[in-house]
Write a protein that binds this ligand. Structure first.
Ligand code: AGP
Length: 615
């Protein structure tokens, strides 16, 4: 997911643009660049980190109080200086930065080349810059804001694919133009200055009001004002929102990494997920955002949960939760599969799209496909103004606060908590008794403090991580509610430490997995004192018999695990259905400490982006 910042106002643009790019670093990128306008256009761009770009600008300063900047996560074209954004048009008077994929760029490029356009890069973005420049020159007349906006409009009408863009033209020095379709773009409203950003976290230090642009919006802004219209020229019913985020929210504070901060925020983020959603008098959950009446909720016959990565693992836990608490048939599908699968679903099937960012392309596509077939589609998102949150028929916000680290941590536990609340709500209008409802609520309310007690073991878990840092591969194994946690633990390990890690149901060992067990391949067993505890113990013994090291996650007071496993991390006792909220915590810390030991870039792991807004 690329990052975009635009600035127009009275201050020097370059420092503000660089600061904004640094706040977007967490999203993952491989090159960066910026352009300013001060009489003429100046561009500085290079592959590698933003620090490289800052050094380049220190060597070759550029000035101007209007500018655009970009962090690129390569889709079309390799990681090179030339392919970094911004890109010029043919005239060299227009520059553009872009987040998204122009799917018909080859066709457009051939047509432009036939008219004499010459391209310097392999990117789809440069084609869009040339297309806008061609329309700007074609419209003719004076160098006006309207002419630039119309050139952008004409060009975007020829485009298929996704875009979030910021555009500047040398002949129209007092104007920035932005537009979006499928990639997020925010207008930040300042005092005597205005901003564009692909994520509001990049400009929290400069604005307390924002407009979250919607698909097909085109915005033009100067230092004092802005105008928004739609691609077909109509009025955009935009809203100005308060920016609740603060600089503290998006800073690491005293933590060495965002990931560790967010792991330790979980007692609070879980409390936020529960806040105002438990009704003691009715001994059930209250989820008003679903926008469904009790009758509509009772008529649900099947639920489909979809998402990507960690969100899909939360969905897998949700499957067990909804079947157990609400006796509702539930199915989970990776969003990237769901969108093309054409799954038979009767009219009373409800689809939940789960996404921390609310911008994941596959999950958004799965949502739109469900709506296309007439299904009520609900979102479980963290980013309030995100596309999935806005396009859903309703949903439940995670209220987890910004999750900056690429590796999802608090978003997983918040998503599972919300799915538990959903199970309680749907169970209580079907078969759960009042006393059962109260018991579930009391157990849920005890979770944040239980998580806090596990976090106190971070140093101990660090010693275990360092003990096993020799591993070249790891197995994560769990059963029932903890099979999804095994999948999540493996994902955490692989994405930040680059170790080969696999998650499996424990019983799958016999069906092939055990062939991989050796002294060099530790196995992490999630074996709390639950209904399948003895089965896990047997699996651990099978691994030990083949000299495989075993790290176990067990329940406080368990005296058996320490006799069979090499190392044990204990968690407080809780009901089976809540155990994912506790068993995942040691796995998050285990992966974190091992990645740090290996010297990996924990917050910005290689090849990964925080939100994958392209297919
Ligand atoms: C998980 O640690 C990764 N960051 C990734 O798998 C992520 O969960 C996935 O891309 C989905 O992101 P979303 O929740 O923002 O849709």
């Amino acid at each position: 997911m690329c990052g975009i910042i635009g600035y127009i106002g009275k201050s020097e643009a370059a420092p503000i643009l660089l600061e904004g790019l640094r706040r977007l670093e967490y999203r993952g990128y491989d090159s960066a660049g910026l352009a300013t306008l001060n009489g003429g256009l100046s561009i500085r761009k290079c592959k590698g980190r933003i620090a490289n770009l800052a050094e380049l600008i220190a060597r070759e300063p550029i000035c101007g109080s209007i500018g655009i900047s970009h962090t690129r996560w390569a889709t079309h074209g390799g990681v090179t200086d030339e392919n970094a954004h911004p890109h010029f048009d043919q005239s060299g008077k227009l520059v553009l930065v872009h987040n998204g994929v122009i799917e018909n760029y080859q066709t457009l490029k051939e047509a432009l080349a036939a008219e004499g356009h010459q391209f310097k890069s392999q990117t789809d973005t440069e084609v869009l810059a040339h297309l806008i420049g061609k329309h700007y020159d074609g419209i003719g007349g004076g160098a006006t804001r309207k002419r630039l906006v119309e050139a952008v409009r004409k060009a975007l009408k020829e485009v298929t694919g996704t875009y979030g863009i910021a555009v500047m033209h040398e002949d129209v020095p007092g104007v920035l133009v932005g537009a979006r379709r499928g990639s997020p773009l925010v207008l930040g409203i300042g005092k005597g200055e205005n901003f564009l950003a692909s994520d509001v976290s990049a400009i929290v230090g400069h604005t307390r009001e924002a407009v979250y642009l919607r698909d097909y919006d085109i915005v033009s802004l100067d230092g004092e004002d802005f105008e928004i219209s739609t691609l077909n020229g109509g009025a955009s019913g935009f809203e100005i929102s308060k920016v609740e985020l603060t600089e503290d929210d998006v800073s690491k504070g005293s933590y060495p990494h965002y990931m560790l901060k967010e792991i330790f925020e979980q007692p609070d983020s879980l409390a936020n997920a529960l806040r105002g959603r438990l009704s003691l008098e009715e001994s059930t959950a209250k989820l008003g955002g679903l926008n469904m009446t009790p009758t509509e909720l009772r008529n649900i016959e099947r639920i489909v949960l979809t998402g990507c990565g960690t969100a899909c693992h939360a969905a897998m836990a949700g499957e067990y939760l909804l079947e157990s608490l609400a006796h509702l048939p539930t199915e989970v599908e990776f969003a990237s599969e769901f969108r093309y699968r054409n799954m038979p679903m009767n009219k009373d099937t409800v689809v939940f799209a789960i996404s921390q960012s609310g911008e994941t392309a596959d999950t958004l596509a799965a949502l739109r496909e469900s709506q296309r077939k007439g299904h009520r589609t609900l979102g479980i998102c963290n980013n309030v103004a995100s596309t999935i949150a806005r396009e859903s028929d309703g949903g439940v916000y995670m209220h987890a606060g910004p999750e900056i680290g690429v590796a999802a941590t608090k978003s997983f536990t918040s998503q599972v908590t919300i799915l538990t609340l959903l199970g309680l709500l749907l169970g209580r209008i079907r078969h759960l008794s009042t006393s059962e409802g109260i018991q579930i609520m009391e157990e849920l309310q005890a979770i944040p403090e239980k998580v806090r007690s596990i976090l106190k073991q971070s140093d101990y878990i660090k010693t275990i991580a360092e003990k096993y840092s020799y591993a070249k591969a790891m197995m994560f194994l769990g059963r029932q509610f903890n099979y999804p946690v095994a999948m999540e633990g493996a994902l955490k390990m692989k994405e930040i430490s680059y170790l080969h890690a696999e998650g499996h149901p424990s019983a799958e060992l016999k069906h092939g997995v055990i062939a991989l067990i050796s002294p060099e391949v530790p196995s992490v067993f999630i074996a709390p004192d639950d209904s399948v505890y003895d089965k896990n113990i047997s699996n651990i013994e099978e691994v030990k018999a083949r000299k495989g090291p075993v790290i176990a996650i067990g329940t406080e007071g368990d005296t058996k695990l320490a006799k069979v496993a090499d190392d044990v991390i204990y968690i407080p006792r809780c009901p089976d259905y809540l155990s994912p909220l506790l068993t995942v915590i040691p796995l998050q810390l285990f992966a974190y400490h091992l990645a740090v030991k290996l010297g990996c870039d924990v917050d910005k792991p290689r090849n990964l982006a925080k939100s994958v807004t392209v297919e």
